[in-house]
Design a protein around this ligand. Structure first.
Ligand SMILES: CC(C)=CCC/C(C)=C(\C)COP(=O)(O)OP(=O)(O)O
Ligand SMILES: [Mg+2]
Length: 419
């Protein structure tokens, strides 16, 4: 079991079965040829849906109560009887897709898995890391993180694997909300907060005199508690190289947050290309790049580091992140001050109307998606190694699941009326 380097403090997970699902037979291109589908809905890439998903039944799971001094008063989201409640199961999710947005529809995520992950993630958030105060419970439920992660990782062999991704997603959002954005965040002092929180992922190695203060600091706010615990679970499942990949991607993310904050502080509107550069770092990338860990296999480090794979990952991450800019546009228009996103920056820097800028941003997204698919297909043909093929399929599945979640999260997002 790889060592996290973090002080233990949480009950250890049972050893999850990590037998990966059988790999596809003869290598096939996981994507349709570039341009095969027009704008808008496209057929799901052949192959992604073909990976079997063995569902390993897990022993009955009982939510743990809070433990440790003083945690009783931190118990949130409880009914008087003390039972945690997962967000109410919903009918198949609705929500319109952005007209003209190139995307692949996905099958409705397995409701049994969604229910189980939703229950377990809320217990973790409430009992283990106290990730949110009671008044944010509706927002936590409305985020639908269980549905998000089940949709993005259709090949996860067990719910434990899904939980690793789900905890990290909650922790990443706790940092974004509490340090950067609308739940007490601010550009002022952000660098210091992010660096100290980053040590929950990439531990401080120091002398015996100073180490205890650092270890204590990891329990001092919700973002650090969430990062520390989520990472501790993740390294139990990941190889050292997968953990290091994740740390690197998180450092990239934190660098992106800092550039966004620097512009917000001076109310600077960057050039479009500068915005795209910032958004390549302030990006979903750390989520699709754990697809192999969550799938129970490993893309070897040298194959992950190859320039062609790095380009495919960056293109996929950029497409997923511009999807966020488009679906969160009205939410961000309503927020105080000028919230940068691709349509806003195009409108400001290129002198377009809000509508024309939005439609141009849709085209930028579609270009990124098509280039991602074309280059992933080229890489699959040039390097038909089973782990490469499966990783590419996993990234494509994450891209599609991410679109599904944004489209269907009508609690959080709504479309502008440009059509
Ligand atoms: C989950 C993760 C790694 C997120 C990092 C970057 C991030 C917060 C996004 C890509 C989402 O963008 P945004 O902050 O604009 O989110 P909302 O629009 O508020 O949903
Ligand atoms: Mg957004």
């Amino acid at each position: 079991m790889p060592d996290s380097g973090l002080s233990p403090g949480q009950p250890s997970l049972p050893d999850p079965p990590v037998t990966p699902p059988p790999l596809p037979g003869p290598p096939t291109l996981p994507f349709p040829p570039a341009g095969a589908a027009g704008a808008g809905t496209a057929a799901a890439p052949a192959g992604v849906a073909d990976i079997p998903v063995p569902v390993t039944p897990e022993p009955g799971w009982i939510p743990r109560g809070p433990s440790g001094l003083g945690t009783a008063s931190l118990s949130l989201a409880r009914h008087p009887e003390g039972a945690l409640e997962a967000p109410a199961p919903t009918a198949p999710a609705e929500g319109p897709a952005i007209p003209g947005l190139y995307h692949h529809p996905v099958a409705e995520p397995d409701p049994v898995r969604v229910e189980e992950v939703s229950l377990r993630i809320k217990a973790w958030a409430v009992d283990e890391v106290q990730a949110f105060p009671p008044e944010w419970e509706d927002q936590f439920d409305g985020f639908s993180v269980g549905r998000y992660m089940v949709a993005c990782h259709p090949d996860a062999p067990t719910v434990d694997h899904l939980m690793a991704a789900t905890r990290l997603m909650v922790a990443e959002n706790a940092v974004d909300d509490c340090y950067c954005e609308d739940h007490g965040g601010s550009p002022i002092g952000l660098g210091s907060r992010l660096l100290l929180a980053h040590t929950a992922l990439d531990p401080l190695h120091t002398t015996a005199e100073y180490a205890p203060d650092w270890a204590e600091s990891l329990h001092s706010d919700a973002p650090r508690r969430a990062y520390r615990s989520a990472m501790e679970y993740f390294v139990e499942l990941a190889t050292p190289s997968q953990s290091d990949r994740y740390r690197h991607d998180m450092a990239r993310l934190h660098l992106g947050y800092l550039a966004e904050a620097a512009w917000a502080e001076t109310e600077h509107v960057p050039e479009v290309w500068e915005y795209l550069a910032m958004r390549q770092f302030n990006n979903f990338r750390p989520c699709p790049t754990i697809t192999d860990t969550v799938g129970g296999y490993e893309l070897p480090a040298d194959l992950h580091a190859s320039p062609a794979m790095q380009r495919v990952i960056a293109l996929a991450g950029n497409a997923t992140t511009i999807v966020n800019d488009l679906y969160s546009y009205t939410k961000e228009q309503r927020s105080p001050g000028l919230h940068l996103n691709l349509p806003v920056v195009i409108a400001e820097r290129e002198g377009l109307s809000e509508q024309d800028a939005y439609l141009k941003a849709v085209e930028v997204h579609n270009d990124l998606m098509r280039t991602f698919e074309a280059e992933a297909a080229e890489l699959a043909a040039a390097c038909p190694v089973p782990t490469v093929l499966r990783f590419l399929k996993g990234v494509a599945a994450w891209v599609d699941g991410n679109h599904y979640w944004h489209r269907t999260n009508t609690y959080r997002y709504s479309l502008p009326s440009f059509w």
